[in-house]
Design a binder for this molecule. Structure first.
Ligand code: AHR
Length: 659
């Protein structure tokens, strides 16, 4: 099994229209407002975050300096010596006296006082600045030799200086220094230089730079535009930190949350597993600084109103890689990591891990409700380990819901085996993943209709329609994929009694630093946008409702009949009906919705409509809203709504109900 193979495309197929039907008579849909068929989890539509595609370092984490602490395997990766106009000097790495997470530093040795001497940092696929914005550069330094040394930070547009600041007063003790530089120009591709003036030797480390416009203005914070896109989705939960990154190539490379909290110098930089995963998209400069660690993930969840949903290693490394296993008898450290994490999130401030949370500035608990054990693991080796975790977590924290995995694929031998075992274990929530062609999503809108109502609930934890006709970058997030996901999602919503949580994956991708596509949000160093898939997700997550009601044609739910897919909910807090109807046919379709239940008189409803004639249409940095919802009004006459749905459209209608 190798799911990490580069995508091989057969001959480019022209897109065939979906099944069509002549549209003469409207399809009549009956909505039964008298009876709720299921309650919807308030956390239903959420987010999956993993540091893949430069999602954290180079993305959400607003740090602009790559390899800020010289801890990459090649300590000078990302840095280049600047030595011009007669300047002479050397730079080389040395080790701090005390051993720790941050071993190396840089010695800058300047042999004369002519010209410019220092270092250039290339950033994450370049570096961008915005006109009028302040950038705070911090670093630690000590003098090794010489006097009156000065550090100057410069922003250059080729030869033109577009920002500058300096600091001096260094001593022979390590101390932190700060320079604030304002950019005179907006530029993606700024040349950043860290220059030493005066003759002598200066030792420097932890060279870090952040824009002032971070999310909530936090120091060393997150990129505001990217967090805003997440917040706008009204997400029910945030799953973190992955994904395969949880498991690691081997156990050493697994995600260890305890190494990601506290001061930055204590967070050990580690090679990102996506660094060399794909031979066709190697990213040798991809490391994890853990600037976004578990505290920041909890804080982000809180900021955007999402339930935190951490996933931890179950003691099995990625089975697509080494599959290294911790012997069952030696699982204690792993299990304790899970128990301690719950204490870190929820424990009182006088508990060991609760105190660490409080020290980091959050004495109040984070109110953790879910914890995941393992990601895409399979076989008896997973089940044996899952049982050990389950026993320990349930004994100490019976109120926490445990998420178990059904492996990497949505069907097949391993999937069946895991589901069978998890049922026997009385598992609570089972994580299913499906990366499949768009047609699979349209054909599987009934996937959950027949799931065992007495077994575990489902977390549709990673899904995305993968086009078979487009393979490259952001164009893969095309309308065919998003429309097909929308069709499928009506099935998730219709079955909200069994499907409790759902998230598209992966979340983010840097246009020049990605390894995996499609992805929900793309960005460069200045801009970002939501894909067609993002808008579909947002249509569902911002219009969830609190309970499912039936919407049927001829007494049957709609999941592809006549190319229509439908689900309906009511929101008991706003007293509204919310219906979602997807038309996958290229032709417009007339529908008549009959309301059976508490709706009186005439009125107006609002419709969010997302449609496109071109299944290959996509959004981009230059045209971020090319495919996005438009708002319309419609009439409700007595208890009837008549609509003409555009071809290839996703439609979310809202009607105020009578109390
Ligand atoms: O979302 C990208 C990867 O897909 C995740 O890391 C993994 O869980 C799945 O295989």
């Amino acid at each position: 099994m190798n799911k990490f193979k580069p995508l091989m495309l057969g001959m480019a197929m022209s897109l065939l229209p979906f099944v069509t039907q002549a549209q003469n008579e409207p399809t009549v849909l009956e909505v039964n407002l008298n009876e709720k068929t299921a309650d919807i989890s308030p956390d239903m539509w959420g987010l999956f975050f993993e540091d893949i595609n430069f999602a954290a370092d180079g993305g959400l984490y607003a740090e602009m300096i790559k390899n800020y602490s010289f801890e990459f395997e090649n300590p000078m990766m990302g840095w280049r010596r600047v030595e011009d106009q007669g300047a002479k000097g050397y730079v080389f790495n040395r080790n701090h006296d005390a051993e720790g997470a941050n071993d190396k530093y840089l010695r800058m040795q300047r042999l004369n006082s002519e010209g410019n001497f220092g270092m250039h940092n290339e950033g994450f696929r370049g570096m961008a600045v915005k006109e009028g914005l302040q950038y705070t550069l911090t670093f630690i330094a000590k003098v090794a030799k010489g006097e009156n040394l000065k550090v100057t930070a410069k922003f250059l547009d080729k030869e033109e200086l577009i920002g500058k600041g300096s600091v001096s007063g260094f001593t022979d003790e390590w101390a932190e220094y700060e320079i604030v530089v304002t950019a005179d120009k907006t530029l993606d591709g700024v040349n950043f230089q860290f220059l030493l003036e005066g003759e002598g030797e200066l030792d420097v480390d932890m060279i870090s730079m952040f824009p002032e416009d971070t999310w909530k203005g936090r120091k060393r914070g997150l990129r505001k535009d990217l967090v805003q896109l997440l917040a706008d989705m009204n997400p029910g939960f945030l799953r973190f930190p992955g994904g395969c990154i949880v498991e690691g190539f081997d156990l050493e490379n697994r995600y260890q949350w305890k190494k990601t909290i506290g001061e930055m110098e204590d967070r050990e930089v580690m090679k990102n597993r996506w660094n060399i995963e794909f031979a066709h998209r190697t990213t040798p400069d991809y490391y994890q600084s853990f600037g976004i660690g578990f505290f920041e993930y909890f804080q982000l969840s809180e900021d955007i109103g999402a339930e935190p949903l951490p996933i931890l290693s179950c003691g099995l490394a990625c089975q697509f890689n080494t599959g290294e296993q911790v012997p069952i008898g030696a699982l204690d450290q792993y299990v304790n990591d899970a128990l301690d994490l719950i204490e870190f999130a929820n424990g009182p401030v006088d508990s060991k891990w609760g105190a660490k949370r409080a020290e980091m500035g959050h004495p109040e608990p984070f109110d953790l409700k879910y914890i995941g054990v393992g990601n895409e693991n399979w076989g008896p080796q997973y089940i044996e380990r899952a049982k050990v975790f389950e026993k320990a977590i349930q004994a100490a924290y019976p109120e926490i819901t445990i998420v178990s995995t059904s492996g990497p694929f949505p069907d097949g031998r391993e999937f069946e085996y895991l589901w069978g075992e998890l049922k026997k274990m009385d598992a609570e929530l089972v994580d299913e993943h499906y990366y499949r062609p768009p047609s699979w999503f349209r054909e599987n809108a009934r996937r959950y209709d027949d799931y065992d109502r007495n077994g575990p609930k489902v977390f549709a934890g990673e899904y995305a329609a993968h086009s078979t006709t487009v393979s490259e970058d952001f164009k893969r997030n095309n309308w065919e994929a998003a429309l097909s996901e929308a069709a499928f999602m009506t099935g998730l919503e219709r079955n909200a009694d069994i499907v409790r949580l759902a998230s598209y994956a992966p979340l983010f991708a840097h246009v020049d630093g990605w390894q995996w596509n499609p992805d929900m949000i793309w960005f460069d160093n200045l801009r970002s946008y939501g894909t067609t898939n993002y808008h579909v997700q947002k249509l569902f997550s911002t219009n969830p409702g609190t309970a499912v009601v039936s919407i049927t044609a001829d007494g049957k739910s709609l999941a592809g009949e006549g190319s229509l897919y439908a689900s309906a909910t009511i929101d008991e807090s706003t007293n509204e009906l919310i219906f979602k109807v997807v038309n996958t046919s290229p032709e417009a379709k007339k529908i008549t919705i009959e309301l059976d239940g508490k709706y009186k008189g005439n009125g107006e409803g609002s419709l969010l409509e997302m449609a496109n004639d071109d299944l290959e249409a996509y959004n981009s940095l230059d045209n971020p809203m090319a495919v996005s919802p438009k708002t319309k009004a419609f009439e409700v006459t007595k208890k009837t709504i008549e609509l003409e749905l555009k071809g290839q459209s996703v439609n979310v209608g809202k009607v105020k109900l009578d109390k």
